[in-house]
Design a binder for this molecule. Structure first.
Ligand code: DX5
Ligand code: ZN
Length: 216
């Protein structure tokens, strides 16, 4: 099953609850939560308080994408009854194994994100311990950037590894996804599709979510 995870980074924060209800009713599967610290990435987004304001307002699970330095200090803040995934960047985790074990000890699925220039080989000794790999198809930090094509090759390679090892690992992709490229992205092996600006920066969010789901 392919899942759509709209990123609320591109939502209108003055009516966040409303827009989350709209994507939920339209059939989106997850809420992608982009946390940026202005250090690991050159932009600051929002923190756990904003995410937690949605607890009790939606049944959708949170897919937390931490684009921050020292994520170990903040992981616990993102644990809520809605939190399904917490993903950390391999580039920000010198003790990745320990970080992953910590996320799992909290009863949350653990993901590892790779920047566009990071090789899949960093996963060699952690792949059996994680639930998801997030392939970045833009340099993290901003919504609305152009899709970096080499991400597709990376997804295909990861899919081969997944098939050989017969693992339950999920493949997620994030950045520059739109209605024109989503089919190719899914064909390459992506199971969780993140989309920010192409879901929220439109006149009719509900219609756009449904258009995405029709391509799945
Ligand atoms: C980028 C974030 C993305 C972003 C995607 O750093 O991790 O989740 O919101 O936005 P779009 O879909 O507009 O590229
Ligand atoms: Zn993201």
């Amino acid at each position: 099953m392919i899942r759509l995870a709209p990123s609320i980074l591109s939502a209108d924060f003055s009516k966040l609850g409303e827009e989350v209800n709209t994507i939920e009713e339209a059939g989106a599967h997850l809420i992608h939560v982009d946390i940026m610290d202005g250090h690991f990435v050159p932009n600051i987004s929002y923190g756990a308080t904003v995410m937690k304001s949605l607890v009790g307002k939606t049944k959708l699970a949170f897919d937390v994408h931490l684009m921050i330095e020292n994520p170990d200090l903040y992981i616990d803040d993102f644990v809520t009854e809605n939190t399904e995934f917490i993903t950390v960047h391999v580039e920000a985790c010198p003790h990745l194994h320990r970080t992953i074990q910590h996320i799992k000890s909290l009863g949350i699925k653990a993901g590892v994100a790779l920047n566009p220039a990071t090789s899949l080989s960093v996963l060699d000794y952690i792949i059996d311990d994680i639930d998801m790999v997030l392939i970045m198809s833009v340099n993290p930090g901003f919504g609305g950037q152009n899709f970096i094509l080499s991400a597709l090759d990376k997804v295909k390679e990861l899919k081969e590894i997944k098939d050989i090892t017969n693992s339950n690992l999920l493949i997620e992709l994030d950045g520059g996804v739109n209605l024109n490229n989503v089919k190719e992205i899914i064909d390459a092996g992506v199971e969780i599709v993140v989309a920010g600006s192409s879901v929220f920066n439109v006149d009719n969010i509900e219609k756009r979510v449904k258009e995405f789901l029709e391509t799945f």
